[in-house]
Design a protein around this ligand. Structure first.
Ligand code: AP5
Length: 212
C-alpha cells in the first residue's frame, strides 16, 4: 500500500510520516527533505532550489520531477509521499510517473489544521542537525534545551521557519496546494483527518482512513 499525505505547512505531515516509517516499515519520500539534502551537499539542484525555498516559494516543477522519478523507480517498499504533489501540474505529473514505474497510490490523506495553530507550530519548530528529529520549543519540548532527545545533537531552526517566510508559505499553500483537495475528491482518493489533535490521535485516525 502506498499513499500520500498533504496539507498546509506545519500540519504535521513529516511528524506522522516518521511514525509510519518506524512502526509500519514505510519509506517516506519527502521532497522537502530531498531538497534540503541537495542544498547541504551543494549540488546544482540544491543551489537552484535554495533561492526559492528561502523565500517560501515553490521550487519549479521541472527541477523536482527528476528526483521524484529516481526515488520512486528504485522503491521496493511501501511508500508515503510527503510534500509532493504541491500543485495540480505536479499531481498530473505524479500520475504519469507512477504509471511509468508500475505503482499507484490508494489514498490522498489531507491533514486539516486551522491556520491560527500553524504559525505557532512552525515558528517553534526545531530540528536536530544530526539526525533530523523534529521538536517544538512550546509544543514538543526536549529534555535539555537546544539538544536532541534522540541523539544529543544540536537543534536548529529551519531557514524557512522565520515568521516572514512562514506567512509567504501559507499563502503559497492556499493558492497552489489547497486545490488538490478537490482534485483527489474527484479521483475518489481523498481522505480527511483532523490534524489538530495529539500526535498519537492523528496517527490512529490516519491508520483508520487508509484501512491499515
Ligand atoms: P517541506 O519541507 O515539504 O515543508 P512544508 O510542506 O511547508 O511542511 P513542513 O515540513 O513545514 O511541515 P509538516 O507538515 O511536515 O509539519 P511537521 O511534522 O514538521 O517543503 C519546504 C520547501 O521545499 C517548500 O516551501 C518548497 O520551497 C520546497 N518544496 C518541497 N516540496 C516541493 C514541491 N513538491 N514542489 C515545489 N517545491 C517544493 O510539524 C511542524 C511542527 O509542529 C513541529 O514542531 C512538530 O513538532 C509540531 N507538530 C506536529 N504535529 C503536531 C501535533 N499533532 N500537535 C502539536 N504539534 C505538532
Amino acid at each position: 500500500m502506498n499513499f500520500l499525505v498533504f496539507g498546509p505547512p506545519g500540519a504535521g505531515k513529516g511528524t506522522q510520516c516518521k511514525l509510519f516509517v518506524t512502526r509500519r516499515g514505510f519509506v517516506q519520500v519527502s521532497t522537502g527533505d530531498l531538497l534540503r539534502e541537495a542544498i547541504k551537499s551543494k549540488t546544482e539542484l540544491g543551489n537552484k532550489a535554495r533561492e526559492f525555498m528561502d523565500k517560501g516559494l515553490l521550487v519549479p516543477d521541472e527541477l523536482l520531477l527528476g528526483i521524484l522519478t529516481d526515488s520512486l523507480k528504485s522503491m521496493d517498499k511501501n511508500f508515503i509521499l510527503d510534500g509532493y504533489p504541491r500543485n495540480l501540474n505536479q499531481a498530473d505529473a505524479l500520475e504519469k510517473v507512477l504509471a511509468q514505474v508500475c505503482k499507484s497510490i490508494t489514498a490522498a490523506v489531507f491533514l486539516e489544521v486551522p491556520s491560527s495553530v500553524l504559525e505557532e507550530r512552525l515558528s517553534g519548530r526545531r530540528v536536530c542537525e544530526a539526525c533530523g528529529a523534529v521538536f517544538n520549543i512550546s509544543l514538543k519540548k526536549t529534555r535539555q534545551e537546544g539538544l536532541c532527545d534522540v541523539c544529543g545533537g544540536k537543534l536548529i531552526q529551519r531557514s524557512d521557519d522565520r515568521i516572514d517566510v512562514i506567512k509567504e508559505r501559507l499563502q503559497v499553500y492556499e493558492k497552489n496546494t489547497a486545490p488538490l483537495r478537490d482534485y483527489y475528491k474527484k479521483k475518489g482518493l481523498y481522505k480527511e483527518v483532523d490534524g489538530n489533535k495529539e500526535e498519537e490521535q492523528v496517527y490512529s485516525s490516519i491508520t483508520k482512513v487508509i484501512n491499515l
